[in-house]
Design a protein around this ligand. Structure first.
Ligand code: ZN
Length: 345
């Protein structure tokens, strides 16, 4: 036991000496370090050497940190691009929706401007499908405007983007009927002249009476819309024989006169028979669609006078049929090739 303790004491003593030695060595080293530091400080060079390792570690830390953020930002940036891509992929849809909304909005208030976004795309899509129309359909409505029918017809034409021709009769200024005539004009239809009066016993008494019947209405339309209409249709058509009752040969005289005037007259080659023969909207539809012929200008006679409910009810189906068959719709102008009947008086 004693020996062991002695040994332990010796060991303790030895370690104490060792610790003293180490302490001294540490102090010497510290003094040397302070000296070096002082010298380098004095020379102004100490920072680099001492700081260098620190700086590198700092740089390393910075690099490491920046790598982490980078990779962190890379991860989010990837997800951002994904997000952007997702946004981008949804963008067209959104813009399409916007475009269509804009188009609708534009179409509703002003008809002249809607095209900006929609028309180009339509023209493009039309250009993509180079389908030649099989013929033209000119929808014509006589004896209006009617406050019961005409606005509804205009609504359908607008919805279907179809231009038509209205052979109108007289209407009062500052009236609902005048507003309809203005609407027809503003929505791109042709406001054509049927005559101030539709009364055969007045208009077919003489050529002068017939001429005046068109010119007075022409002036009125010009006062209402600013548009000088030169497209006309004789009441009963140029082939009517009723006029014989009031003036023999008047239609022959009229055709000759108007053919050499600013006016261009039009009859029709498709009759809806909505003036009497047709007893339902189905019949109006059948009468029109069975008479259409490809490769020509189909001028369809219809009426928008009060009570022509069958015509109104058949209109949408007639338009859809024509579109599905490949016809194009046009409004008559003074440039449209004439469609005329054989004169019988
Ligand atoms: Zn008529």
């Amino acid at each position: 036991m004693k020996n062991r303790r002695k040994f332990c004491n010796t060991l303790t003593h030895g370690s104490q000496v060792l610790m003293l030695l180490l302490l001294q060595a540490a102090m010497v080293l510290a003094a040397v370090a302070i000296l070096f530091g002082g010298v380098f400080n004095f020379l102004g060079t100490s920072p680099p050497e001492i700081t260098e390792p620190i700086t590198t570690t700092e740089q390393e830390t910075i690099e490491y940190e920046s790598q982490i953020p980078e990779s962190e930002t890379q991860i989010p940036s990837v997800s951002t691009t994904e997000y952007i891509e997702t946004e981008a992929s949804t963008e067209p849809e959104i813009s399409e929706t916007i475009q269509s909304t804009e188009a609708t909005e534009n179409t509703v208030p002003s008809e002249s401007e809607p095209p900006e976004t929609t028309v180009p795309s339509e023209t493009e899509s039309q250009a993509e499908i180079p389908v030649e129309p099989i013929g033209a359909v000119y929808l014509t409505f006589d004896d209006g405007p009617s406050t019961q029918i005409t606005n509804q017809i205009l609504d359908i034409l607008k919805e279907k983007n179809v231009k038509a021709t209205f052979f109108i009769i007289d209407y009062p200024f500052d009236s609902e009927k005048e507003a309809i005539v203005i609407r027809e004009f503003e929505e791109g239809h042709t406001v054509a002249l049927h005559g101030t009066s539709h009364d055969y016993s007045k208009i077919y008494t003489s050529l002068d009476a017939l001429i005046e019947n068109f010119t007075t209405l022409q002036e009125k339309v010009k006062a209402s819309t600013g548009y000088t209409s030169t497209v006309i249709r004789f009441p009963g058509g140029s082939s009517n024989t009723v006029s014989k009752k009031y003036c023999t040969g008047i239609m022959t005289e009229a055709v000759e006169y108007f053919s050499n005037s600013e006016f261009v007259y039009f009859d029709w080659n498709v009759d809806s028979r909505d003036a009497g023969g047709a007893k339902s909207s189905e019949e109006v539809f059948e009468n029109v669609t069975s008479s259409l012929k490809p490769g020509r200008n189909n001028i369809v006679l219809m009426h928008d006078s009060t009570g022509k409910q069958y015509t109104l009810d058949a209109l949408e189906a007639i338009i859809d049929f024509c579109i599905s068959e490949g016809y194009e719709f046009k409004a008559i102008t003074d440039e449209t090739p004439q469609v005329t009947h054989n004169v019988s008086n």
